[in-house]
Design a protein around this ligand. Structure first.
Ligand SMILES: [Zn+2]
Length: 67
């Protein structure tokens, strides 16, 4: 099995990303850190409704969800 991020051989347990990609431990941990940052910034944490998150993104882009 190879890591889909760096292409290196995965030794031991593979890390499966939220998108289903198989990564080596190192890439997995790195990706997890980045995802955590996205979650903290985007407000996906806590299983928030996607609609709320989407509205916030649209607002951030300067387009109110309901005009
Ligand atoms: Zn890797």
């Amino acid at each position: 099995m190879r890591c889909e991020q760096c292409g290196g051989k995965i030794r031991g347990k593979a890390y499966t990303s939220v998108t289903g990609r198989k990564l080596c431990d190192r890439c997995g941990i790195r990706l997890q850190g980045r995802t955590a940052g996205v979650v903290a910034g985007g407000g996906i944490a806590g299983g928030r409704a996607t609609g709320g998150w989407y509205a916030r993104v649209r607002r951030a882009m300067g387009r109110p969800p309901k005009s």
